[in-house]
Design a protein around this ligand. Sequence first.
Ligand SMILES: [Zn+2]
Length: 158
Amino acid sequence: MKATVRGVTLRYEAIPSEIAREARETLRDRFGHALSVVSTQAPCRNCLRISREPEDLILLSYRPLEDAGPYAEVGPIFIHAAACDRYDNVEAFPPDFADRPLVLRAYDRAGAIFDATVAEPGSAPAVASKFLEDERVAQVHARHVSYTCYDFRIVRGY
Ligand SMILES: [Zn+2]
């Protein structure tokens, strides 16, 4: 998919690498939870691959927004238990998420929610671009449509 939609260049960002590295090395997340390895199918928020077969994954808590206000939710995410490469094709929509609907939440610079919607499969780049055309929007979070777990974020790619 093209990176530029409706004139806005998009950048797709996985969680910071250090979050995954710390969780693997310490089996603790930043909220003090003891972590364990489970065999399951879920999107890895570091490499943004969605396993088709059960894989060894670690479940941890993650806060995708700075803790600047009440919108800074903490929620569960999976990462591969073994080292994997952070998603780095940042100008391309993560292909494993292309065939699913996504909740898209737009946040302003202060971390307050600005708008939200459900994007049908394939429409997330256009919807995110529409949100990011408004200068008041700083970032858009993609989440699972029913579990509502955080998947990745979309920002302007200057
Ligand atoms: Zn991974």
